[in-house]
Write a protein that binds this ligand. Structure first.
Ligand code: TXA
Ligand code: MG
Length: 323
């Protein structure tokens, strides 16, 4: 739908400005992917190192050939199954694609998001939008317009409203540029789901190889408050030996610990369903981060593959910061 907001957003983007927009995963910070000045602005505004490549968002599969070489049947199968949706494909790039987008690599990350505002914007813009998550480098990705304002307010021309993001975690990234498909970043589209559609093994970079998406390091997605990942039993024993220096604190749980209330301890009960948990995680961590807590304890989540993306993000959220 061509709303006045979309028309204004397209005007800004064509002039080389930046517009944050909702996607079903997290809000993105969009700029014209063919405009090097706009791309540089994205890195500058986020304070993101230039060697961390960006994802180019497009409205439909026909646009892939503007960016990527040779579309294989594998790519077409994945596109048919998961696009528009929370999947990013890393493909071999066309020579004319700016190295600023790709961190100097020979591959380009591409995605068709399914949020109606993102699709309306991409259709009206009629080109590729480079869009990293709309947060400062190393901060938690924003899942509401308010969170984008907190991260980038005053630094970008416009923020489009799209409500709370459906999925709540960044897209699954699959690298199809080599012989074997490799997941570079787990997301809510699982390894199993990808294997089923491709009908071949898909590797997990994190567990089976040491390949990682550049910029996918431990400082991402972290609250500023000290955040610790603990098994349920460890949380229970920690809470039974509390010291005044630990308070106030919050526990982020995925099932009820059945404890009586403890002064200074906030129990946040997220869902035991991974999709609902994912939807609420970043917003919960962001609001806890505003509360001057001494600590955030996050309960370790189940080992099964439906929790892979969540396990990845809470491990990063609890990674020790360099001080
Ligand atoms: O859900 C999402 O993917 C969101 C929304 C806005 O679409 N975007 C997002 O972008 O999470 P960003 O920039 O925060 O994360 C992009 C990730 C980075 O980890 C980057 O290293 C990886 O994609 N990436 C981009 N291009 C790549 C490439 N050519 N090869 C390997 N990894 C790449
Ligand atoms: Mg990001």
């Amino acid at each position: 739908m061509m709303t006045p907001e979309i028309i204004e957003a397209v005007r800004i983007l064509r002039a080389g400005g930046l517009v944050a927009f909702p996607t079903e995963t997290v809000y993105g910070l969009g700029g014209d992917a063919t405009n090097e000045a706009a791309i540089r602005k994205i890195f500058y505004v986020k304070q993101r190192p230039m060697n961390h490549p960006l994802i180019v968002h497009v409205a439909d599969v026909a646009q892939l050939t503007d960016w990527a070489l040779d579309l294989s049947p594998k790519i077409e199968r994945l596109a048919a199954a998961f696009w528009p949706g929370p999947l990013t494909m890393v493909l071999r790039k066309k020579p004319q694609v700016s190295p600023l987008l790709t961190g100097g690599q020979e591959t380009i990350a591409l995605r068709i998001p399914r949020h109606p505002v993102a699709l309306a914007l991409l259709k009206a813009f009629d080109g590729g939008l480079a869009a990293p998550s709309a947060n400062q480098f190393t901060h938690i990705s924003p899942t509401t317009k308010l969170a984008v304002e907190e991260e980038l307010g005053g630094k970008i021309e416009m923020i489009l409203e799209g409500g709370a993001c459906d999925v709540g975690l960044e897209s699954t990234i699959i690298d199809l540029s080599g012989n074997i498909p490799v997941i570079l970043r787990p997301g809510m589209i699982s390894c199993d789901a990808l294997q089923q559609v491709l009908n071949e093994p898909v590797f997990n970079a994190r567990s089976e190889h040491k390949v990682v998406a550049p910029g996918n390091h431990g400082l991402h997605y972290a609250p500023l408050t000290e955040t610790v990942l603990m098994k349920r039993e460890a949380i229970v024993s920690f809470l039974s030996n509390l010291m005044p220096k630990d308070l106030p604190l919050a526990c982020v749980l995925h099932h009820d610990l059945n404890l009586s209330p403890i002064a200074g301890v906030q129990m946040i009960q997220l869902s035991s369903d991974p999709h609902h948990y994912a939807h609420d995680l970043y917003d919960t961590l962001r609001s806890l981060d505003h509360q001057q807590l001494k600590k955030i304890l996050i309960e370790a989540v189940p080992e099964d593959t439906n929790w892979d993306a969540i396990r990845d993000r809470i491990m990063k959220a609890s990674a020790k910061r360099e001080r």
